[in-house]
Design a protein around this ligand. Structure first.
Ligand SMILES: N[C@@H](CCC(=O)N[C@@H](CS)C(=O)NCC(=O)O)C(=O)O
Length: 291
């Protein structure tokens, strides 16, 4: 790789497979499957293929919230897709998500099985299916859609932009870190101003917009992604901190955030979820103690 100050782009871009970046082994300039692999399927109507990154956690939080409200049809099997090992490029996964990214969902309760990918689309699909966490009145619904689409449009600046250059890139490039730190601080300020007069993003009601935004911006504030809380002075966004803590205290959120988690403390790792009892019986600390 050339030095940041001396690089001149060639006429035609070429794929440097050894660029030294943290995800160099899985990043590719082409789509499609790299190998044949069927996806596992359990007994529940909903089959989720995911990993507990912020995008994955959005969906498991919603599913746990739906179950907490008594929606038995929201029972799900959550299967681990290890993106570091390239599981997202298996033929079965690509069949559910041609974009090869977690999360991806199959709904077998519909006349013909329904596939759905993109975390925002999955949230909206499930909220509509169960009639929960989504206001009915058109004005409130418009507000919700605005925040939901804000999240899917904004988080790549936080993850792919700031997080990548601050935490993962093999070289620290001041220009890139400055550019994305500024944007992420602006986004935190957008949230902070909104949450100054509103308990939740859409007002008094906790909705899928909160479930979409919390795993990213809440994790940043809690210093759980990129170790950047001090660098970005996230504690100064006091309304975001208040909202983050309130959501973190919900039981469904505590459950949802550990489903398909294969990193961090062992008692917070539930690699697969097939039953409500798994939270008590099948976290990694319990499984490893029983070996
Ligand atoms: N816009 C997508 C983004 C999903 C996404 O970026 N997933 C990441 C993990 S957070 C992934 O699967 N990366 C694997 C890869 O890029 O190969 C969504 O919201 O669902």
């Amino acid at each position: 790789m050339s030095d940041a100050n001396t690089y001149t782009p060639p006429k035609v871009w070429k794929w440097d497979q050894e660029n030294g970046g943290k995800f160099a082994n899985i990043n590719r300039p082409i789509a499609g499957a790299t190998h044949d692999k069927e996806l596992p399927k359990g007994d529940h109507p909903l089959q989720l293929y995911s990993l507990a990154t912020p995008n994955g956690v959005k969906v498991t939080i919603l599913l746990e919230e739906l179950l907490a409200k008594g929606h038995k049809g929201a029972e799900y099997d959550a299967w681990l897709i290890n993106i570091g090992d390239g599981n997202q490029f298996g033929s079965g996964f690509v069949g559910v998500n041609p974009n090869s990214k977690i999360p991806a969902l199959m709904d077998y309760s519909t006349e013909k099985p329904t596939r759905i990918f993109e975390s925002g689309a999955i949230l909206l699909y499930l909220a509509e299916k169960f009639g929960e966490f989504l206001p009915e009145n058109p004005a409130d619904r418009a507000e919700l859609l605005s925040w939901l689409f804000w999240q899917v449009g904004s988080a790549p600046y936080l993850g792919g932009g700031f997080g990548h250059f601050y935490a993962y890139a093999p070289v620290k490039i001041e220009y890139c870190i400055d550019r994305f730190a500024m944007e992420v601080k602006r986004q935190l300020d957008v949230l902070d101003r909104r949450l100054a007069d509103n308990q939740y993003l859409c007002g008094d009601e906790y909705t899928i917009a909160d479930m979409a935004v919390w795993p990213w911006y809440g994790a940043l504030v809690q210093n759980k992604v990129y170790e950047a809380a001090e660098f970005l002075q996230t504690h100064t966004y006091q309304n975001v901190v208040r909202w983050t803590e309130e959501i973190a205290a919900r039981d469904a959120v505590k459950r949802g955030r550990i489903v398909n988690r294969a990193f961090g403390p062992l008692n917070e790792q539930l690699h697969e979820r097939h039953d409500a009892s798994d939270f008590e019986l099948r976290t990694q600390d319990k499984l490893e103690a029983a070996e």
